[in-house]
Design a binder for this molecule. Structure first.
Ligand code: F6R
Length: 593
């Protein structure tokens, strides 16, 4: 996690660093800091989000070389000492770091033997001292970087200022993203394009093991063999990374209310003139494979559960779905000709990058479904499909989840050349719009009723169960209420022991095949005192149900009515006075394993 910015030669470096870090808050926000050259290296840092930095930074900064960082703690709790930038013992070098150094212990032992001591608990302080140690030895920063790169294990995007090199920022990267923004008379660097997009639309993407430096006029990059390379210039679109709240009080609410548009856009991008628009080779690979494996984490894993079931039901293909962090260390490849689908909104998730490396090594063909063009994961897979959901800023994923499921449904439709799926998806748009128009108040009322409970249960079967898992994750993530999701039929095998007087149980009934079994499950929890809230579709509803939505094909629950789950979590969090978009302990981009 963690977000990085750097600039040389820019007019207002203070403003660039503060605004840029704000843009990168989705990568972590427990502490933040800025470092710059002004008669030596100056560092200002503290716990709290980048906004707070504005209070401690001098209003005028005289420098043309600045670095900044917003942190998600890995080594060492959020504290001023552990915040970045970190400075070397002789104050020659300071750097910001995104990633985790896996051989930190060995480096610490080495440096201690050389007489170094440390003020923080971070792996980053070790890196800056290691660099300083070799800089003193070689008297050359490039040689020192090559040496440090040969020692470091783990992931790192490093941006470095050196007292001896005013007007220059050095960098080194492996595993964590780093993008250079090419300016006219200035150059920038950051974890993604968003801090730089108001200054340039020309970018240079660094690959793993690349290192180099920028000054105001030059970008010089060296590859894994330490040979200088001419990297291609990439152009990025300002629209795609807009952080405009468009009048909404929170990004989460805005993003929930974009779901209908996202579904429409996906359909029109992947289905034109009565034909699915997917790479023929991708469809051929999917058809020829005898087993499709899905990998994802959190919300994206929940989307993979839906995707797997769709491929089984619609395409009659055998599938398995794995939590990426579980599969990565014990990989299995069922079938003779497996194909892997990785799902990641950010495209930067470390657990998935680990999986991707295993898959690549085995030369298994793979597809990435992502919302982030040019992301790290897209560089290692055979095919990439974009969600076109627009940037998702709220830490809790909403529109990306609905988009992931919608895209998987389109893919299932494309394999069978079945236009009905497109019509079904188009039909969900009306359901989504109706929820937006008519159900927000009743959902806010449920939120009011459940907000003070310590525990909540969600129940569903099949596709409604998958949605229940997502609803439960969302609620716990932003309202800090403990919640569980169970298949309706599984309750009696253990968890029913937890049902007690007044416990809220939220039930989805949208599947005609399982509706009557779910009604029986409701009686089971009611008779043990649960307070039940039923969300059902018109054809399956009974008058007492809490929320009744328009009919839709039951296999599209996660597209058609996921907004109900998202609104519920949103209103509970709001009513409890929490920071909806930035729940504690979390970050949007999970770049550590
Ligand atoms: C929950 C949430 C997370 C992510 C997970 C994977 O709201 O957003 O559970 O889904 O961290 O992230 P991506 O999809 O970026 O790989």
């Amino acid at each position: 996690m963690c977000g990085i910015v750097g600039a040389v030669g820019i007019n207002n470096p203070r403003d660039y660093a503060l605004k840029g870090l704000k843009m990168l808050e989705y990568r972590g926000y427990d502490s933040a800091g800025v470092g710059f050259l002004d008669q030596g290296i100056k560092i200002y840092k503290d716990v709290g989000s980048p906004e707070h930095l504005g209070d401690i930074l001098p209003t005028e900064i005289k420098t043309d070389t600045i670095i900044g960082h917003t942190r998600w703690a890995t080594h060492g709790m959020p504290s001023k000492e552990n915040s970045h930038p970190h400075i070397s013992a002789q104050r020659k070098i300071a750097l910001v770091h995104n990633g985790v150094i896996e051989n930190a212990h060995d480096i610490k032992v080495f440096l201690k033997e050389k007489g170094y001591s440390f003020y923080s608990k971070t792996d980053t302080e070790l890196v800056v001292n290691l660099l300083e140690y070799y800089y003193f030895e070689y008297k050359d920063m490039i040689q020192a970087l090559i040496k440090v790169r040969s020692i470091l294990d783990g992931s790192y995007a490093l941006v470095i200022v050196s007292e001896d090199h005013p007007g220059t920022l050095f960098m080194l990267k492996k595993g964590s993203p780093l993008l250079i923004g090419k300016g006219n008379g200035f150059n920038l660097v950051a974890s993604d394009a968003s801090p730089m997009i108001n200054f340039t639309n020309e970018f240079v993407d660094l690959d793993d093991y690349d290192f180099g430096y920028i000054n105001k006029d030059e970008i010089r990059i060296f590859d894994k063999d330490s040979k200088e390379v001419n990297k291609p210039i990439i152009h990025k679109d300002v629209e795609l990374i807009s952080h405009d709240l468009k009048g909404y009080p929170h990004y989460m609410l805005k993003e929930i209310e974009e779901i209908d548009e996202v579904v429409k856009r996906l359909v029109s991008n992947y289905y034109q003139d009565n034909k699915y628009i997917f790479d023929d080779n991708l469809i051929k690979d999917l058809k020829e494979s005898d087993h499709i494996m899905f990998l994802g984490c959190g919300t994206s894993y929940h989307a993979s559960l839906v995707g797997g079931r769709l491929f089984e039901n619609i395409n009659n293909i055998s599938t398995s779905k794995y939590i990426a962090s579980e599969w990565a260390f014990h990989p299995t490849f069922p079938g003779q000709k497996p194909f892997v689908i990785l799902i990641s909104q950010s495209g930067e998730t470390a657990d998935l990058i680990h999986c991707m490396n295993v898959i690549k090594e085995k030369k298994i063909r793979s597809l990435l479904i992502t919302n982030t063009p040019g992301c790290t994961l897209s560089k290692g897979v055979t095919y990439t499909l974009q969600l076109y959901a627009g940037v998702e800023i709220s830490v809790a994923s909403t529109k990306a989840y609905a988009a992931q499921v919608a895209l998987l449904a389109l893919l299932a439709g494309a394999i069978n050349k079945d236009p009905k799926i497109v019509e079904d998806l188009k039909g969900t748009v009306k359901v989504i719009e109706n929820i937006q128009k008519t159900l927000k108040e009743p959902i806010a009322q449920i939120a009011e009723e459940i907000k003070d409970n310590e525990h909540v249960f969600f129940l569903g079967r099949s596709f409604d169960y998958f949605l229940s898992l997502e609803a439960s994750l969302k609620l716990k993530e932003i309202s800090y209420i403990h919640s569980e999701a169970y298949p309706g039929g599984e309750l009696k095998h253990g968890p029913i022991a937890l049902i007690k007087e007044g416990l809220p149980v939220i039930v989805f009934i949208t599947d005609p095949i399982t509706a009557s079994s779910m009604r029986s499950n409701i009686e089971e929890v009611k008779s043990r005192g649960a307070k039940v809230y039923v969300i059902s579709t018109k054809d399956l509803a009974i008058p007492k149900d809490t929320l009744i939505v328009e009919n839709y094909p039951y296999y599209l629950s996660s597209v058609a009515i996921s907004s109900i789950a998202f609104y519920l979590a949103y209103y509970v969090s709001l009513k409890k006075g929490y920071n909806v978009d930035k729940p504690h302990n979390l970050a949007k981009s999970v770049t550590v394993e």
